[in-house]
Design a protein around this ligand. Structure first.
Ligand code: PLP
Length: 363
């Protein structure tokens, strides 16, 4: 028997999605965003799967220095970019040694670069705050900062340029166009590569694709937009989260189930107990009625999700058996839909799986 719960990751889906992103952004290079353990799909698995063939990803986006080192240690060759930059001057020598590139978004990073003496200059992406107001230099700071980096011997030239969108997942929101315009006006005539687009911008704001797109969630076959699904963009969900039925029980009308005893059966039924819970990263706040898939049909969660288990109402005529496989999300039950039931976004569901879930890369 295979171990459970498991996250089955489809190599075919990841490679298909990468190819689909190339179709959608034919003039851009692809920086596949694999931070947070490849959005829960396995950092090295994903990078090796989409990065080691001609036509594969041109580079990878990461949030932590340690993630970049893990990729280099695993033999990943493409360009690597630290999307939040470096946090400690003491990391700079290894960043240079492993040919890792870094975003520069803050004064403190410029100071560290100015004080450093490195064996080679480091490749940087200067981040402009064009309206997200989280990281980056404001439009008014930009010219000074650019000049400082230009005269800093530890910085490789040309300086690459980036920005990030606040609302690209809202196809009607005018802020995105304002951000694009502000960024373009600011950097006109400068050398260096440009990148603006995350998944949502890649899909919905094609004129923001520029030299590099930075898709994360779309690579995993998931739509960044609430109410939308990856399949609507010919993307294939790469993760199937599965576990097993470990008990089937007769349950009387009026009977309650689980901690708090707060769900009550309206009629006699059969309850199934599934071996997955918040200790695996399945959210405890999943409400009654959140669907799971058993033997090709959707059945609702009833009662509270506990640490290692959850309970479902199989219905009185159910023929399901202990050992049957249960899909929590995947090709036949979109993670976007499960996220809506739970009141969160698919990003959070896939990245929050705990190490107890076995991640298995399939063909
Ligand atoms: C996480 C991240 C991305 C990828 O975002 P998606 O919405 O998953 O495509 C792109 N750029 C930056 C700077 C990020 O931090």
């Amino acid at each position: 028997m295979k171990p459970f719960p498991r996250a089955e990751i489809s190599r075919h889906a990841l490679q298909h999605n990468l190819a689909r992103l190339r179709e959608i952004a034919p003039h851009s290079q692809i920086m596949a965003v694999v931070k947070a353990n490849g959005y829960g799909h396995g950092l090295l698995n994903v990078a090796q799967c989409v990065g080691n063939y001609s036509g594969g990803a041109d580079g990878f986006g990461l949030a932590r220095f340690e993630e970049a080192l893990e990729l280099r240690d695993g033999g990943v060759k493409g360009r690597l970019l630290l999307l939040e930059g470096f946090f400690r001057a003491s990391d700079l020598p290894l960043i240079v040694a492993h040919d890792i590139e870094t975003v520069v978004h803050h004064e403190s990073q410029i100071e560290m670069l100015e004080k450093s003496s490195l064996s080679k200059p480091v490749k940087v992406w200067l981040k402009v705050d064009s309206g997200m107001h989280r990281l980056g230099f404001s439009l008014t700071q930009f010219a000074d900062v650019y000049q400082r980096l230009m005269s800093c011997p530890s910085v490789a030239k040309p300086i690459n340029l980036m920005t990030h969108f606040a609302c690209a997942d809202e196809p009607q929101n005018p802020l995105t166009q304002k951000q694009i315009q502000a960024f373009e006006d600011l950097i006109k005539g400068l050398d260096g590569e440009r990148t603006l687009a995350n998944s949502a911008a890649t899909l919905f704001w094609p004129h923001s694709q520029a030299d590099w797109i930075r898709p994360g969630i779309a690579l995993y076959g998931v739509s960044p937009v609430v109410g939308d699904k990856g399949v609507n963009h010919q993307l294939i969900p790469a993760m199937e989260l599965v576990s097993n039925l470990i008990a089937v029980r007769e349950h009387k009308a009026g009977g309650t189930v689980g901690y708090g005893a707060y769900w009550q059966a309206k009629e006699d039924t059969l309850l199934g107990v599934v071996a997955i819970g918040y200790g695996d990263g399945y959210p405890r706040n999943a409400p009654e009625g959140t669907p799971v898939l058993i033997n090709g049909r959707r059945v609702p969660i009833v009662g509270r999700v506990s640490m290692d288990m959850l309970t479902v109402d199989l219905g009185k005529d159910a023929t399901d058996n202990v050992g049957d496989s249960v899909q929590l999300w995947g090709k036949d039950l979109a993670v976007e839909e499960v996220a809506e039931h739970i009141g969160t976004i698919a990003y959070e569901l896939v990245t929050k799986l705990t190490p107890r879930v076995v991640v298995e890369l399939l063909s």
